[in-house]
Unconditional design. Structure first.
Ligand code: NAI
Ligand code: MG
Length: 362
């Protein structure tokens, strides 16, 4: 059975790392006998915007809606288009229209990547010792458009923005997180702030307790977001799955990859777990205008995102093999080329080819 995958390279280094992501996916397809059908689209980038006056064609929902997944590079080119226009006009539209209510970010300390953190006693963490999965609620919570301004420009000026939590919205992301914990090491941490945000956050905690009753095999704990960020830095090895509301998840999902090294390797997924709509897989990084056009971007974030896509499409063994190939290429002494962010002098395609090679050899 084949999978139809929409490929959107986007802007800047998105167009440079995407070919390496596809190279590794092709290698995975041939090793595991997968039928992946790619179709590439030229929208969601500044050259398209210059030609059409919009980031996307008007019928983009029909065009993309029939795919099994969207494999995305990066969007944004501030020199040409303000970020709120380019991102709101493309990526954020996808997340909303396709109800991608889970934002997933694994953060794992890889071999051969200089760990930015050490233990309190000064010893470094070993590869794999930091290995967490951030599950962010992606459609409601603090990022609602309910609110407004009054008395603008006067002494009585007042602004309000409401947090929205629905039972449906909270429960579905919690259920997803508990399922992930069950597949992994059986631990789930919930981010809260019920001591200060005294209506919505106690509700979140209440739904966590209710869901926990259905997962007696998962060990649950919760921390207020302030001390949780401190624990990420001081004890990152104690976390497995971490689930959080939209705002807290946004913060944690940047912090967690920062705890494990270069942004160039971090992957992410925006999921509609029920598969009513396509899910989207993209590196955490953006279009990196400062290094774009030089062929030196690290392709691992794109490649690892492709692995997440195969996992979601039901090919766990292909996912695991790609992650092992990335680790093999990164391992000290592997002889594989390294891009400048990893301390080497190699190009994007050199590293991509080495990972595809390791995957075929695996
Ligand atoms: P960025 O992630 O593009 O770059 C931040 C820094 O990390 C830069 O110094 C860059 O050179 C470096 N970097 C990023 N990816 C790398 C890679 N693969 N290999 C080596 N080094 C890498 O973030 P920035 O500069 O804040 O944003 C640039 C543009 O990208 C903006 O238009 C922004 O809105 C957009 N953006 C888009 C995202 C998306 O498409 N999901 C996510 C983040 C930013
Ligand atoms: Mg963010």
């Amino acid at each position: 059975l084949g999978h139809r995958i929409a490929v959107i390279p986007g802007d800047g280094i998105g167009t440079e790392v995407m070919p390496e992501g596809l190279r590794v996916l092709e290698a995975a397809a041939s090793r595991f006998g997968l039928d992946l059908r790619f179709e590439t689209f030229d929208f969601a980038c500044w050259p398209y915007y210059e030609r059409h006056g919009a980031m996307l064609p008007p019928d983009w929902q029909d065009i993309l809606g029939g795919f099994d997944a969207i494999y995305f590079g990066a969007v944004g080119w501030p020199e040409k288009i303000p970020d709120h226009v380019s991102l709101w006009g493309s990526l954020l539209q996808f997340r909303r229209a396709f109800d991608q209510y889970v934002n997933l970010r694994p953060a794992r300390l890889m071999p051969g990547v200089r760990a930015p953190l050490v233990r309190a006693d000064g010893t470094p963490y070993a590869p794999g010792e930091i290995d967490m999965l951030i599950v962010r609620e992606n459609t409601e919570g603090e990022y609602s458009s309910i609110g407004g301004r009054m008395f603008e420009g006067t002494e009585r000026e007042l602004v309000v923005q409401e947090t929205v939590m629905t039972r449906h919205g909270v429960d579905r992301v919690l259920r997803f997180a508990f399922e992930q914990a069950r597949r992994r090491r059986g631990r789930l941490t919930s981010a809260t702030k019920s001591n200060g945000i005294a209506i919505t956050m106690p509700y979140w905690d209440e739904r966590v307790r209710a869901m926990a009753a259905a997962y007696p095999d998962v060990a649950v704990d919760q921390y207020h977001i302030d001390i949780l960020t401190a624990h990420f830095v001081q004890r990152p090895d104690r976390f497995d799955v971490v689930v959080a509301s939209n705002l807290f998840g946004d913060i944690l999902s940047d912090l967690a990859p920062a705890c494990t090294g270069t942004i160039g390797i971090a992957p992410s997924a925006n999921l509609n777990p029920e598969r009513r709509f396509p899910s989207l897989f993209e590196p955490v990084h953006g279009s990196a205008p400062d290094i774009a056009g030089r062929g030196i971007a690290n392709p691992i974030g794109q490649i690892w995102s492709g692995a997440l896509m195969l996992d979601f499409l039901g090919h766990r063994e292909a996912h695991d093999a790609i992650v092992r190939a990335i680790e093999a290429a990164l391992a000290p002494g592997s002889g594989a080329p390294r891009t400048p962010d990893l301390g080497g002098r190699a190009g994007t395609a050199d590293l991509g080819r080495a990972i595809a090679e390791a995957l075929r050899a695996g």
